[in-house]
Structure formats: C-alpha cells, structure tokens
Design a protein around this ligand. Sequence first.
Ligand code: ZN
Length: 377
Amino acid sequence: MAYKTATYNVAWHDDSREFYHRVVASVTKQFPGVQAHALYQPVHGPALAFHRSYSMSHPRAKTGDLVKVTVSFHHDPTAFVPTVTGFSLVEWKPAPAVTPAAPAPPPVPPVEWQITIYDKISGGPFAGLRVKLRLPSGTESWFSTDSKGVIYLKEPDVSAGRVDIVDAMDDSATPTISYKGYARSGLATGGKHTLSIPNERKAIDLVISTAGVNRRSSYGKKTPPYWKMDQDWDYDTVVLHHSGNGGENDPAEIESQHMGSKGYDDVGYHFMINLSGKIFEGRHLAFKGSHVEKANTGKIGVLMMGDFEHQIWDVDDDPTIVQIASLGKLVGALKAILPTLAKMGGHRDYKPSTECPGGEMYKLIPGLRSGTGLGGP
Ligand SMILES: [Zn+2]
C-alpha cells in the first residue's frame, strides 16, 4: 500500500523558560480510523527561539487536509494558539490542566506547653518564680517564669505526655519562699495552663512601703535559719502585744533576746511599733510567728512597745496617738494584701493567763476594730 507523505508544520510562539511539549497531529475526517502519526519530542531547557517548528508527516496526508492538533506542556495552556501551515486547523485543543498533586498534609504542630502563673494578690504575672516540673520523660527540671509569668515548653525539649508541677519557690532574695503547696499533677499534654500563686515577697514589700515600715535589715544583726522555719500565709487575725516590764523597746534588743535566751529561730513578732510611731519589721511575714503559745498559725503578731499595764510599783506608759495611728496604717496595708484578715485581738484573748497587751492597750482594741473594719476573736 502506497502512502502519500505530506509534511505539515506546527509552529507556536513560546517565550517560556522551561518547557516540555508534546505535539500530536492527527488527520481527521478525511482519514477516519487512521492512526495518526505522532511526533513526540520533549524539549528541555531555556527557550532560545520564539518559534519552534515541528515537521510531521503522515503517509496519506495531503495539502488541504484538516488537522487536529493537541499540544500539552507545563505552562499556561492559553498562552498561545499554534499555527498550522499546509493544512487547515480544525481543532486546537490545549492539554487538559494538569491535576495538581494532592497538597502535602499540614505538618503536625509541635507539642507545646504554656504554663502561666499569676500573682494571686495583684492578678498580674508572677515573674521569676522557679518551678520544678516533671516532664513526660520522667526527668525533673527547674524552670523560671518569664516577665509575663510564663513557662514555655516545646518539642524537642519535651515530648508528648504529662507534665506535673512538683515544686515551686521564690529564691530571688533572702529568705527563699517555698510554694511547694501549689504543686499540681496531671497537666494535660500541651496546651495552656494557668495557676494563681500569691507573690508573698511582693505583697510584703508593698506593706513595708505603704505603712513606712523599717526593714529588719536596718537593725538586725542575725540571719534566722529560714530553712527550718515554718511558713504561714492567709492570716486571719492580728494579735496585739505589749512589752511589759521586761523592756523590749529596742528592736535589736528584742532580736537578741528572742534569738538568744528565748531560743527562738527569729524575732517572735512580725511587726513592732514604738511609742514614736515607728514601725519595725520583725519576723518575715512569710513565716509563722512565735507570739501566741501553740496557736500561732494564721496570726500576725504586732508588738506595741511599752508597758501598758498600770501598776503602782513601776514606770508605766500609755499607748501614744502616733503609735495607734501607725498600727491603723499597718493594719490597713495588711488588709490590702490579705483578704483573709478579719479579726483583731489582744494576746490575753488567746491566752487568758497573760495580762498582755496591758489593760490600757486592751481598752483601745474595740475602737481599733471598728476603725480598721476587723472583728473580734
Ligand atoms: Zn503578748
């Protein structure tokens, strides 16, 4: 069978920088059922020519035959229409758009923990708190909250699993304040967790500055063994004392007596106010006082310096107006940080065998209660 050979040219404009073309020309209508000759010519690399011409031949094609052209390539199939010379173009069929590959699944987000610790008193962040965490690996490590009160953990430092708070402390200054009671177990994998812990040091500093308290460091000569002392907080009662005949008008002397002959770990009272209205810090308020025998928990000890029990055989004092005013200021500052503070009493209310805080001081307590919004024992 003799086949005619005709040549037809397919040309197109191509300004792409990368291409892979497949050109198929088939003779239609006049040659039904005839397998078209196809030229498959992949071209790679930068397009240097604006026109690419492919010659294709078919044994039975002749000039005037209608040609169907299919061109497929990687780029925008609507960018050009080929021109066919020698034949008529009956159909221009851009290649169907290539179905894009299924998008890669989104990367699995890394496991992250954000533990935010708020100051229970101010509501602001508790910065610089050291927190010991048990990580999913089982190891325990110390972390510190940042300026926003946040501890941030992320893979690969931690893997999925459970994180427990096993300890917390504020060792940013002396004494170290332990918050072990705020340990929490079973923080879920990842996510955000919040906790409120009172920043006791900050709260005490506020009392000191608000009430104009002279710090322990201004007179103290000894450092208490804080490591073996009991902490206390959430105080509900202010207990008033007086010095009595024993003197106790010099805070340094009180420190010496309490930590010496009396064998206390520290000054027994939390605060001391002299007749001039000067307030001294005694035992750090984060620690339980030693001023009411066997019943110190929850009680803030305040010594009103002087002997307020009138006896004919000794020199007695009366509480001074400035001393009482300082007490009022101190109690106001304490109430601001301790919502639990509700009562005020004299030492004798808790230990009937003592005359402390002296009859003259004791008489003033009801008025002080109404002035400070506190109730009785
Ligand atoms: Zn007392």
